[in-house]
Design a protein around this ligand. Structure first.
Ligand SMILES: [Zn+2]
Length: 230
């Protein structure tokens, strides 16, 4: 499924790939690009016509991605700004007070700072998220210990690690690295990423055996993945 062609559709240019599937799959990428996967024998004209019928859906998807991008770019570190933790939204309340640090109470992150300036708030909040991330990840990974033992896999050990483009990775000896930003996502997404990396302890590659195992230990993973990507 590596060959692709660029075609023109009522929703603009699209990347078309062919596969053995029986129906057309339409997806909008986060950058707004349209990706189509079609059966080998369907003519390009028919594909474009089908895309035309999904125009409203495509427009909505693109708008949602654009919104998300805007929100991400405007992650602010001052009173009133919104940040998520475990999938819930909280507002910042920034004060100059001691002791310096972050506390989560009710619907607010109370941030006590020396200066009140956004750089300091960002550092404090990121340090808080990192602590909570490790706490959350360790607790969730501990649930896999006996599962791993039964399969003669190494005991999973986690560390938090800033990664630009991925949520996690698994290495030799049961080492699992997870992105601290993952703690901002809903619990189901955290559990999905952990299940995914745990499956890599058995199968390093994304092959059929890997996905069969993932399906068996986390049947709902596609849902969780979609939520995480949004
Ligand atoms: Zn993977």
């Amino acid at each position: 499924m590596s060959k692709h062609e660029n075609i023109s559709t009522p929703a603009g240019p699209a990347v078309l790939r062919r596969s053995d599937r029986k129906t057309l799959a339409i997806s909008v990428q986060p950058d707004g690009e349209l990706e189509l996967i079609a059966p080998h024998d369907v003519p390009v004209g028919d594909i474009a016509a089908k895309v035309g019928k999904r125009l409203r859906w495509i427009v909505r998807q693109r708008a949602a991605f654009a919104d998300m991008k805007r929100n991400r770019l405007t992650l602010r570190y001052e009173s009133g700004a919104t940040h998520t933790y475990l999938g819930r939204q909280y507002r910042l309340k920034v004060r100059c007070a001691k002791p310096v640090g972050v506390r989560l109470r009710g619907a607010y992150f109370h941030v006590c700072t020396n200066s009140g300036n956004p750089d300091e708030v960002q550092k404090l909040l990121e340090a808080w998220m990192r602590d909570k991330a490790l706490e959350q990840f360790e607790r969730r990974i501990a649930r896999w210990e006996s599962w791993c033992r039964h399969r003669r896999l190494p005991r999973p050990r986690v560390r938090v690690f800033n990664m630009r483009k991925r949520w996690g990775s698994a290495g030799a000896g049961g080492r699992i690295a997870l992105n601290p930003d993952l703690v901002r996502a809903p619990s189901i997404c955290i559990d999905y990423v952990i299940a995914h990396e745990i499956c890599h302890l058995k199968y390093p590659l994304h092959n059929r055996a890997f996905f069969r195992l993932l399906d068996s230990v986390f049947p709902n993973w596609r849902n969780a993945k979609a939520r995480l990507e949004s």
